[in-house]
Design a protein around this ligand. Sequence first.
Ligand code: ASP
Ligand code: MG
Length: 417
Amino acid sequence: MRVFKFGGASVRDAESVRNVARIIERFKNDQLIVVVSAMGKTTNKLESLVNAHFAGQATEAILEDLRKCHGDIARDLFEDASKVVDDINNTLVEVEWALDDPDGLDRHFQYDQIVSIGEMLSTKIISAYLTSEGLANEWVDARDLIRTDNNYQDAKIEWDETRTMSSERIGKAFEKADIVITQGFIGGTSENFTTTLGREGSDFTAAILAHCANAKDVTIWKDVPGVLNADPKYYDNTVLIPEMSFFDAMELAYFGTSVIHPKTIKPLQNANIPLYVRSFVNPDAQGTVVSNKEGLKIPPSFIVKPDQVLISLTPKDYSFVTEAHFTEIYSVLSDIRMKANCAQNSALHFSFSTNNDEVKLKELQKRLEAEYFIELVENAELVTIRYYDDETIARTTKGKEVLLDHRTATSAQLVVK
Ligand code: ASP
Ligand code: MG
């Protein structure tokens, strides 16, 4: 049994959905668990809907846009789309219900109830399309497979329950068909509320299900040929890495390689399940395989995080930055779900780089301004170089101001502007 994951870009329009079906068709002799993300930019749209709702702004236009986008894809795919379109509209009614819930509900909770709908929509459309193409499949609700705690927006997996639930439910589904379609990114609590696993969490879902089912391998189908040593958006002359170790993959993912979600590697490494990253545009190409094989070497690799804010905190009483400060600062970061992508301290400063998120930055200021001087530098860029050397450092810093420089033996992290 194999696990496939198709991300938002691979199902962004009707033609992409047809392509996904053609890829699945190639594997019709295998049993497949197919994990699917929300279509195209749906998750971003749902996020903006949640933001609008909590800002007291209108949400109808966003909802209408989602109805139309998904409806258009269905009308393109099916001769008679009425059943699927009804299903889409009924699913979107759940967003309206969530918006109608009493004010004062936790924002993270509401986010998960609403944003998870994107994956519900995509999997319903794709399952129906595969059926119409003669690819018998079972649509399975991921909330019946993946049990999490109630840390909404970044829920933690409860592995024992997930193992039991997923093997039971998937086992039943495979009695009926060789293809199981389910949603990435979402899980459920013991009280049956929906949770999400963090943005881009669908890869993680694929890894969890593979781990629990002891799959032969996992394939993430992407719009790139595999894992490259840099993002072609920022670098020329990138090279494909045909084979790499879980260890390097984990480091690259941790630093923000967008190709593999950081949480994805561990469950696969632990169960010794190889991970393939392959192109849905060119499914004949080999792509990258990540495995436990020993002695694999990779070239210097670059990870760029744009739109960073460098935050510098200085205790107002000019006391040295100590463990007590770290504890305080990190507990605030964890509360407001702000991630320090790279951090460094000196006697009087604690500096870190984070994604530019206006809401979270305001919250941070509110929580820490009584005790710290807070300095922000916006429009910075965080470049991580794994297996750096003088040449790659020089190339990265050329013509730029270096705001933070943090190195270990194998990786350099530079915040530059
Ligand atoms: N749809 C979710 C997101 O865009 C999860 C995923 O795509 O992996 O973050
Ligand atoms: Mg995605």
